[in-house]
Design a protein around this ligand. Sequence first.
Ligand SMILES: O=C(O)C(=O)C[C@H](O)[C@H](O)COP(=O)(O)O
Length: 207
Amino acid sequence: MKIEDVCRLAPVVPVLIVEELAHAAPLARALSAGGLKALEVTLRTPCALDAIRAMVDAAPDAVVGAGTLMTPADVYAAVEAGARFGVSPGLSNRVLDAAEDAGLPMLPGVATPSEAMAGMERGLTHLKFFPAEANGGAPVLKAWASPLAGVSFCPTGGIGLGNAKDYLGLSNVVCVGGSWVAPAKLMAAGDWAGIETLAAEAAALPV
Ligand SMILES: O=C(O)C(=O)C[C@H](O)[C@H](O)COP(=O)(O)O
């Protein structure tokens, strides 16, 4: 699967911070049942790699990826855990080289045209715009569409159900990322039905 195929699975890629391994399986099932099929597990918690393994087993129709990839070692560990795509906050050539070596499709983050051009020079056609809202939001991506033609973006950072449409309506946006579909409170409460409802709302957003 190429990164563009991952990005096209649903309008929203949930950004997941899994604190408890026991949450991984029911979380993946709830998000997938709600219609969100590409799941990004950030490598920000001690159980993140095991959470990826558990999600791959629990939700076979989901495509589980790893976020917050900062080093080549992160890339190899993510692949070993079963991740099928990778996401980074920024664009690191060391991380991208490792991902190429490991055959892991990547969605690196950029915040400026220069960074986007560095990605284009590597042949990347899909980039994350991060942190989207803090960097000026949808108007910035709109301004990039013509000069940075040929690149599609997955804006992430500060996006929720209310402003996702501003981005998804743009010609150069393929999907958005966000943590709002899996709030820490609902996870702690084991409210998987509530998370499925949030996922279904997100999955119904017009692309
Ligand atoms: O580290 C990564 O690789 C990431 O993907 C970072 C996430 O994109 C944001 O942390 C999500 O931002 P919020 O939706 O505003 O919570």
